[in-house]
Write a protein that binds this ligand. Sequence first.
Ligand code: ADP
Ligand code: MG
Length: 568
Amino acid sequence: MKRARKYEGHAVGIDLGTTYSCVAVWQEQHCRVEIIHNDQGNRTTPSYVAFTANQRLIGDAAKNQAAANPINTVFDVKRLIGRKYSDPVIKNDLLMWPFKVTAGADDKPMIVRKATRDAGAIAGLNVMRIISEPTAAAIAYGLDKRSDCTGERNIFIFDLGGGTFDVSLLTIKGKVFEVKATAGNTHLGGEDFDNRIVSYFVKEFNRKNTVDISGDARALRRLRSACEKAKRTLSYAVTATIELDVFFKGIDFYSSITRARFEELNMDLFRECLETVDRCITDSNVDKASVHDVVLVGGSSRIPKVQELLQEFFNGKELCKSINPDEAVAYGAAVKAALLTGGSKSSAPNLVLQDVTPLSLGKATMGDVMSVVIPRNTTFPVKKSETFFTVQDNQSHVLEEIYEGERTRASDNNLLGRYTLSGIPPAPKGHPVSICFDLDADGILIVTSEEKTNGNKNQITITNDKGRLSQEEIERLIEEAERYKVEDDKFLEKANSIITLEDYVYDMEKALISSKLCPADKKKLNSAIDKAITLLDDGNKENIENHVFVECLNESKLIFEPIRAKTR
Ligand code: ADP
Ligand code: MG
């Protein structure tokens, strides 16, 4: 954290949501956070931008004209951040979006070339830190309850938004937050609940009027926004009405829906949310009875049935809803910003926030083995160095391949980048080369290799939005590592046998050249080396079983050990 310069201006927190965004500001004089209203007087703003012939519209104005101007109205684009155009998840979204996205340089989706940090800079803001949403919500919460924040607290964050669902279990110990487990669904949220109401009313209207409105995009769009409003109403009332004049072919559409019907239409989705909650708790190894606080985040967490099921899951525990769920992230971010500028020394708790690495970070070593440098679940910022050794005599360079993942075979993990360190001075095999993994508070990873005798260095910077994985992919990798554990253990055992045999052959070759051996020993040693090399060079090594390498090593030992004893 750099504190060298004095910050001027306000500390604000921004929640850049997939469907709605929110901005909060820390008010030093009142020691509190305030939500900034938009020009329409609303506390949250739809994450929409639209282009018309003569102007650019944002927020409510853009969303309101979306039905009339579908191809020039851009929404849901947060899903693209950090993803490639060819990403299968994106491919599906593209099919649903009325606006066009094309593949740009480096397979980047072309409407969001600029990621979050750049967007902030373009808006004239000094982006101090990008923090995760649950962490932000937890800060908001920590501020609320700081007086009883002693010992260790387990906090469960339930974030059900417009298009995504995320749950996390965080632990606060002293001043440090740790993410124990996360789970979620990148395509589950308020819009799915809206869809269920839309189909319900489409059926009703079609049936009553013997028409088919399913092809009328404009009518559907109007219906969808009426349904979203009705859904919000149902969070505090037991019935809601929709009134759409001249809805389809001159026919008006007036109808109503009860809360009970709404719940029935969405019950399977609500249950799915609870299954995800259960999975997160199981992964965290924290007993649900030991969860101190359950925090509601995301506009859809206002739905009474969702709250009821969640409360039931936690055996009747009271849920934390003192902060508006759609404002909690911006709220916490504003507090964090105030802490970073040093502006709230007096009032905000001085929390040191730390996230953990969702996957192990490491490099490929000989035989495609993943050598972990920063293990999974390590709190960052963190810096770790390790020394590796050359595998050949006079090796002049090493190709460093940096991976994230839990599999033992490096190439089964996610490749983050590669680079070469050259200029290693001539030396026998086993010459040290150090590698340093430096993961900063924003999750940006800098990997540096260095040959210490001549100071030759090379490095790579891996940012969050360059090839890093989504929550879904992280979960898939972790799940795969568990599934393939037996196979991976076998792979590692064999890789170790091969490396041991290779080292042994090296020793035999050295002895052959440098020691005075009698002709009979020379002959025996030569044939042992030949046999081992033939096996090691076999193009079909993949399919040769571990025991073959172990047996070859044992046979070589029977020959070489007595000879080695004589030379000592
Ligand atoms: P994001 O996913 O963009 O972070 P939010 O957390 O702001 O979004 O949640 C937006 C979603 O919350 C929308 O689908 C909206 O319809 C829904 N929502 C907002 N208020 C309510 C409410 N009172 N009852 C039910 N759903 C609501
Ligand atoms: Mg959100």
